[in-house]
Design a protein around this ligand. Structure first.
Ligand code: ADP
Ligand code: MG
Length: 359
C-alpha cells in the first residue's frame, strides 16, 4: 500500500484508453468490452479498475464518489505504516498493553491467525518488521537489504499471529517485535467490500480489479468474464480464464514490488524461514470464491516454492491454482487445467502437479 492519497477519478477518453492499455499489460485486466462501463481509482498503491455491466445504466458519478471514498477509507484503515487505526494498534501490541481494537482490524486479525495456522507460519502478517527491514514499507522500495546481523536478530524468535491474545474485542500483544502488515490479504477484503458497496448502489454485474487482483459479481448476459493471466517474464499473457459470478483471481509475483540488488531481484514476498524474498517461483495465481483466502494463498504458494506449493494449496483448500517457474514452466492443479485457455506458444511448457496424498 502506498502513501499517495487515493485519487479517484473518471478518466477522459484518451487517458482511459492509455490506462486500459497499461492495465492489460501490467495487470491483465479483462479485455475491454463495449458493453461495459469503467471507472479507475487509485488506492492501495495501485490502480483499481472497476468494470460495470451493462454499459449506460449506472449512476457513474455517484458510484465514483462513494466507491472512491470507501477505497480511501479502507486504505487508511489498513495501512501499516501511516498513522491510523492499524498504526495505533501496532504501537499498543508492541507495548503489550490491552486495548479495544476496531472491528475493521479484528476481522483481518482473525483471518490472519487462521491462515498463519493453516500455512504452518509461511503466511505470517505479524512479520511487519521483517518486511520493513527490506524497505518494503516505502513507496518506492530501493534497498539496501537488511544487514546479516539485523536479519539474524529478526529471525531469532520471530513474532507470530498467535502472539496476539484476544478476548472479545480486547487485544494484547505478547511479543515486542510484533508488527501487523496486512499487505498479503487486505486487498482480498477490499475487493469484496468494493463489490458489496456496488451492490448497495444497485449494481448487479461488476468486477473490482486492484492491480490484477480481482473479484467478480454477477456476469454479463451471454458471456463469462474473461480475464488474462500475466506472464511474469513478458508483457504477454499466458492465457485467459473465464470467471462466473463471485469468483476471485489473485496473483502474487516477484515482479510486483521490489528492487535489483547486486544482480538479484529483491521482491516483497518474504519467506519467514530464510527472512529473504521467496525463491523458486516467479508467480502464483489462485482462483477461489473467498477473496481473502485467494489473496493470502497466492502469497503462500509463492513462499512455499516449486516443490511444496501443491501441498500448501491442498492445506488451504485451494483447488484452482497455477504457478510459474523461472525457466518459464507453468505448473497447475488438475482442476484449473480445464478452465484456462493458454496461448499456443505456452502449451509446451505446461505441467500438471498433484499434491501427494496427505500422510
Ligand atoms: P500484491 O500485494 O502485490 O498482490 P501479495 O499479495 O503477494 O502481493 O502481498 C505481498 C505483501 O504481503 C507484502 O508487501 C507484505 O506486505 C506482505 N507479506 C510479505 N511476506 C509475507 C509473509 N510471509 N506472510 C504474510 N504477509 C507477507
Ligand atoms: Mg496476497
Amino acid at each position: 500500500m502506498s502513501r499517495r492519497p487515493a485519487a479517484p477519478g473518471r478518466t477522459g477518453p484518451g487517458l482511459r484508453l492509455l490506462l486500459l492499455g497499461v492495465l492489460w499489460l501490467a495487470a491483465c485486466a479483462d479485455a475491454p468490452e463495449p458493453d461495459t462501463d469503467r471507472l479507475t481509482f487509485y488506492a492501495f498503491g495501485t490502480l483499481v479498475d472497476v468494470t460495470l455491466y451493462p454499459a449506460g445504466v449506472h449512476d457513474l458519478l455517484r458510484i465514483e464518489s462513494e466507491l472512491g471514498a470507501e477505497l480511501e477509507t479502507m486504505h487508511g484503515l489498513w495501512h501499516a505504516w501511516e498513522p491510523g487505526p492499524l498504526g495505533r494498534a501496532n504501537d499498543r501490541l508492541a507495548q503489550g498493553e490491552a486495548f479495544d481494537a476496531p472491528p475493521s482490524i479484528l476481522e483481518l486479525i482473525e483471518r490472519a491467525q487462521e491462515l498463519e495456522a493453516l500455512t504452518g507460519g509461511l503466511f505470517n502478517p505479524a512479520l511487519g518488521r521483517l518486511v520493513a527491514a527490506w524497505g518494503f514499507h516505502q513507496d518506492e522500495p530501493a534497498g539496501p537489504p537488511p544487514a546479516p546481523e539485523t536479519l539474524a536478530a529478526l529471525l531469532e524468535a520471530p513474532p507470530r499471529m498467535a502472539d496476539i491474545e484476544r478476548d472479545g474485542t480486547r487485544l494484547r500483544g505478547r511479543h515486542p517485535d510484533l508488527r501487523l502488515d496486512f499487505g498479503g490479504l487486505a486487498k482480498g477484503l477490499a475487493v469484496a467490500r468494493g463489490l458489496e458497496q456496488l451492490a448497495e448502489l444497485g449494481v448487479e454485474h461488476a468486477i473490482v480489479n486492484a492491480g490484477g487482483d480481482l473479484m467478480t459479481m454477477g456476469r454479463p448476459a451471454h458471456r463469462a468474464w474473461r480475464i488474462g493471466i500475466r506472464d511474469p517474464r513478458s508483457a504477454q499473457v499466458l492465457g485467459s480464464v473465464e470467471l462466473g459470478s463471485g469468483e476471485a483471481l489473485f496473483t502474487s509475483g516477484d515482479y510486483e514490488r521490489g528492487y535489483e540488488w547486486e544482480g538479484e531481484r529483491m521482491h516483497h514476498v518474504i519467506d519467514p524461514r530464510s527472512g529473504r524474498p521467496a525463491r523458486g517461483l516467479t508467480s502464483a495465481t489462485v482462483l477461489h470464491d473467498d477473496p481473502v483466502l485467494a489473496d493470502a494463498a497466492a502469497t503462500t504458494l509463492m513462499i512455499a516454492g516449486a516443490e511444496a506449493w501443491p501441498r500448501y494449496a491442498q492445506r488451504l483448500g485451494v483447488e484452482l491454482a497455477l504457478v510459474t517457474l523461472p525457466d518459464g514452466t507453468v505448473e497447475l492443479t488438475p482442476a484449473i487445467a480445464s478452465r484456462v485457455e493458454f496461448q499456443r506458444e505456452v502449451t509446451s511448457r505446461i505441467r500438471t502437479a498433484e499434491a501427494e496424498p496427505a500422510p
